[in-house]
Write a protein that binds this ligand. Structure first.
Ligand SMILES: Cc1cc2nc3c(=O)[nH]c(=O)nc-3n(C[C@H](O)[C@H](O)[C@H](O)COP(=O)(O)OP(=O)(O)OC[C@H]3O[C@@H](n4cnc5c(N)ncnc54)[C@H](O)[C@@H]3O)c2cc1C
Length: 277
């Protein structure tokens, strides 16, 4: 582990051969460029403010335009509940990450290890560490840990400050030789989970489909959920659609104050148990 990561912190790890590390922004942008070559138009910064039925299709309102669509697939993550679906059944969680500044040649020597690696903790409440190199946005280390349940779907500045302090400590714990390393970027991101770990992949209403609730596994499960929603909308079926069709509905959550206090207390406790993980 020390040879790979340059950190003496890790005692052992399980190596998964044949995996690749995916730069999510690069992946999404590459996918968008590919789709645009297929005659697909992507409108960014265009919130859908209302969705109305106009049988057999739908009317989609945005601040500057109104569109009609024969079929609509909602892939809006936890905002599915903002459209009136699965209310009080979706856990709105935020995860946090920080990224170091671009490391100089001297800092790279000080840290040691290989130029590209990823460590995923055995305990999901532990800390993910990644070392990326010039092919992926510069020589940097990324730290990801901490989770907060926010039913209002907004992480606060205080949430970010708390998480950043934890992540700086985790960085220093793993790389004492580079303690205090300045962080260039910090961010919180929205996850959506259900109590029973199911997705919401079904026809919500006539010609309105959902590919939501990835339960934190966006790359693998999220992709499958999207494939299944597209297949369902096209009237196709496959083992993927059958898998999601057999899932239960998300279980109901406890009332809001209990949900928020209870879940965040459990998250804090589990974070503490995984403090060195
Ligand atoms: C810090 C962090 C690290 C993570 N690491 C990993 C990892 O290593 N591996 C992994 O598999 N997963 C990881 N995840 C989880 C993964 O990012 C999510 O599961 C995934 O992004 C969910 O994808 P999604 O498309 O369902 O939702 P999102 O990526 O949230 O996309 C939903 C989109 O819908 C849009 N939207 C919502 N409402 C409207 C509206 N009214 N009008 C128009 N647009 C709307 C939003 O703007 C957003 O772009 C991580 C998450 C975070 C936050």
């Amino acid at each position: 582990m020390a040879e790979i990561t340059g950190s003496q912190h890790y005692l052992s790890g399980l190596y998964t051969p044949g995996t690749v590390m995916l730069q999510p922004a690069g992946f999404v942008r590459g996918m968008a460029a590919g789709l645009q070559r297929q005659n697909v138009t992507i409108y960014e910064d265009t919130p859908v403010t209302a969705l109305r039925r106009a049988a057999p299709g739908w009317i989609v309102e945005t601040p500057k335009a109104t569109l009609t669509a024969g079929k609509v697939i909602l892939t809006v993550n936890g905002h599915l509940q903002s459209f009136g679906f699965e209310q009080n059944r979706l856990m709105q969680l935020f995860l946090f990450a920080v990224m170091t500044k671009e490391l100089s040649a001297d800092e790279l020597r000080l840290i040691g290890g290989q130029p590209r690696w990823g460590v995923t903790p055995s305990d999901p409440m532990g800390t993910t560490m990644r070392r990326i190199d010039t092919g992926q946005g510069g020589n940097r280390i990324i730290v990801r840990t901490c989770a907060s349940l926010r039913p209002g779907m907004k992480a606060s500045a205080a949430d970010m400050r708390r998480a950043e302090a934890v992540m700086r400590r985790k960085f220093d714990q793993r790389f004492p030789q580079a303690a205090g390393m300045p962080m260039d970027h910090r961010w919180a991101g929205h996850l959506c989970l259900s109590l029973n770990g199911v997705a919401v992949m079904r026809e919500l209403d006539q010609n309105l489909f959902s590919g939501c609730v990835q339960n934190g596994l966006g790359t693998a499960r999220g992709t499958l959920t999207g494939i299944a929603a597209a297949e369902l909308a096209c009237g196709e079926s496959s083992p993927i659609t059958s898998y999601f069709a057999a899932e239960d509905r998300p279980k109901k959550l406890p009332p809001r104050p209990f949900q928020q206090i209870g879940a965040n207390s459990i998250l804090r406790f589990r974070e503490w148990c995984a403090k060195d993980d």
